[in-house]
Design a protein around this ligand. Structure first.
Ligand code: HEM
Ligand code: SF4
Length: 520
């Protein structure tokens, strides 16, 4: 077989046990006792080797549905402080990513996380990644219903399950009841979106099933399978879908083709549906024909919002580029204890966080303290919407530095461009698309170019992406703009937009009307 990853997985056995014993051995025998197989399989416990520093890892947690307690947040903050640099990153799958984890400390840190209920099993690797769900599930006044118990049930079933520890490649599921579809069902391998089915004067709650979405170098939007999945059959349906994926050997032949989206694309919906129904031993119900996609641009739950529980509010806090300091995490945990319900914090898939259950009388004090901690709610659209991947700071696959550049671009634009139109700006350090650049109105994708004979970071600028109604990926309009010049090009672009747009015209509408050649 030409796919070496498959051979490694076969000979390694249970990765969750194998990696632990390898780390245990390394703690006494040194880093070099870790084999190439160990280092590859470390991902199954959320550990990726750092790009620059031998012996250090980044560590990703799993926070199903983005759920976090104050104790968990404080623990992450403590680890971040003790591991030297004092920060963590919030990720697009509602997780934490810690850096500077020394190999000799890794097992102790995993135990510490487990002691507060955080698992890292399957945060990376060829498994079901974190199950994403709406961060305001259960409190959102407009949600179809609270789907978070199902998200957690699915997560629990697959978590550390050795039968599902060797999928052909990474695999992603969302389960949500949110009308904004904040979890981006369009780009998940499998998504369950809560819907209502009306028949004979009664309303039944269930899920609309989509399959085959995903980004990376060949992006696909998920397709509706035209199936209405009842909550009590959802785990069964998801398990059978996963079994089809796990047991189709063609998708283990070539690693770059080993994604569930390719199976759906190659098979088509009819063949896939048939295979699923065969495994289920019954026909799937058809979905209602009037399922609507939302038009909301941000889908981020940022700001202060009344909950369905009278007198309570949730506060969605933008965290620039997802990077949060240990002090800020401690401040948020403290605010949650003093002004919220003491325990309920959630992470969003736009690298932000939400404080839940804040009584009305505490909202303004909570906002003051957040602002003192550098977490202000008054965010310019580019600050609010910025999503940024890891980049060369830690990622071995990166072409460009991302987090600092994104910060610089935001700080520049918010001083110079008055913008009241919501739009998304996503910056990613290579075509793998961890910052989901294809679904942004403005996506920057890392590359290199030469300036005065020197190789420098550069970005392709892609315009016109969106999710929801009329979902589509953006396309490249500028190539290889030196990274240092991007802020000027974006300033010119956004100023032209604010000047030329017709009343109420959205950014993508303006781009399409003006045409690529005249845009930049
Ligand atoms: C071939 C390699 C890779 C591909 C194709 C890839 C692709 C992606 C994609 C498409 C996402 C989108 C988010 C989503 O799941 O909805 C994602 C998430 C992410 N990627 Fe990557 N990625 C790769 C390697 C890496 C590496 C090496 C790093 C960092 C060292 C990284 C960091 C992240 C992070 C932090 C997230 C958020 C995910 C989470 O919390 O589970 N990725 N990746
Ligand atoms: S998009 Fe590329 S650079 Fe950014 S984290 Fe993913 S693999 Fe690394």
């Amino acid at each position: 077989m030409e796919n070496n990853a498959e051979l490694v997985k076969q000979r390694y056995g249970n990765p969750f046990e194998g990696v632990r014993s390898a780390l245990d051995r390394a703690a006494s025998h040194g880093y070099d006792s870790l084999t190439d197989d160990d280092l590859f399989m470390c991902k199954w416990l959320g550990l990726y080797t750092h790009r620059h520093e031998k012996g250090f890892f980044m560590l990703r947690t799993k926070q199903p549905n983005g759920f976090v307690t104050s104790e968990q947040l404080e623990t992450i903050a403590d680890i971040a402080e003790q591991q030297n640099k004092g920060f963590a990153d919030l990720t697009t799958r509602q997780d934490f990513q810690l850096h500077w984890i020394h190999y000799a400390d890794a097992l102790g840190i995993l135990k510490r996380l487990e002691s507060v209920g955080i698992s890292t099993q399957g945060a990376c690797g060829d498994v079901l990644r974190n199950v994403v769900g709406c961060p305001v599930a259960g409190v959102d006044r407009t949600e179809a219903f609270d789907a978070s118990p199902l998200a957690r049930q699915i997560s629990d079933f697959f978590l550390g399950n050795p039968d599902y520890a060797d999928l052909p490649r990474k695999y992603k599921i969302s389960v949500s009841g949110c009308r904004e579809q904040c979890v981006h069902p369009e780009i998940q391998c499998v998504s369950l979106v809560a819907i209502e089915r009306k028949a004979d004067g009664s309303t039944e709650l269930g899920f609309d099933l989509r399959v085959g979405g995903g980004l990376s170098t060949q992006p696909f939007l998920g397709k509706r399978l035209n199936a209405f999945v009842k909550p009590d059959e959802a785990l069964e349906v998801v398990t059978h879908i996963t079994d089809i994926w796990r047991e189709t050997p063609e998708y283990r032949q070539k690693r770059h083709h080993a994604r569930f989206k390719f199976l759906i694309h190659d098979w088509g919906l009819e063949k896939f549906r048939q295979a699923l129904e065969e495994r289920l031993g019954r026909k799937l119900d058809g979905a209602p024909s009037d399922v609507q996609d939302p038009s909301d641009v941000y889908r981020d739950h940022v700001g202060v919002h009344a909950q369905k529980q009278p007198g309570l509010y949730y506060i969605g806090v933008p965290v620039l580029v997802g990077r949060i300091t240990a002090q800020q995490m401690k401040a948020v945990a403290d605010i949650c204890r003093r002004y919220g319900d003491g325990n309920t914090i959630r992470l969003t898939n736009r690298q932000n966080l939400v404080l839940l259950n804040v009584p009305e009388s505490n909202v303004s004090r909570a906002l003051d303290v957040l602002s003192q901690a550098g977490l202000s709610m008054n965010a310019h659209p580019v600050r609010r919407s910025m999503v940024t991947c890891t980049g060369t700071e830690f990622c071995k696959l990166a072409i460009t530095e991302t987090k600092m550049r994104s910060r610089e671009i935001v700080e520049y634009l918010e001083q110079r461009v008055a913008l009241d139109e919501p739009l998304r700006l996503h910056i990613t350090g290579c075509p793998n698309a961890c910052a989901q650049y294809q679904i942004a109105h403005i996506g920057l994708m890392g590359s290199k170019t030469k300036v005065d004979g020197q190789v420098v970071d550069a970005y392709d600028v892609l315009l016109g992406g969106q999710v929801g109604a009329e979902a589509r990926f953006n396309h490249a309009v500028l190539r290889k703009i030196p990274a240092a010049d991007c802020k000027y090009r974006l300033e010119a672009l956004l100023k032209a937009f604010t000047k030329q747009r017709k009343p109420g015209e959205p950014f993508n509408g303006w781009c399409a009307r003006v045409g690529d050649a005249k845009l930049v």
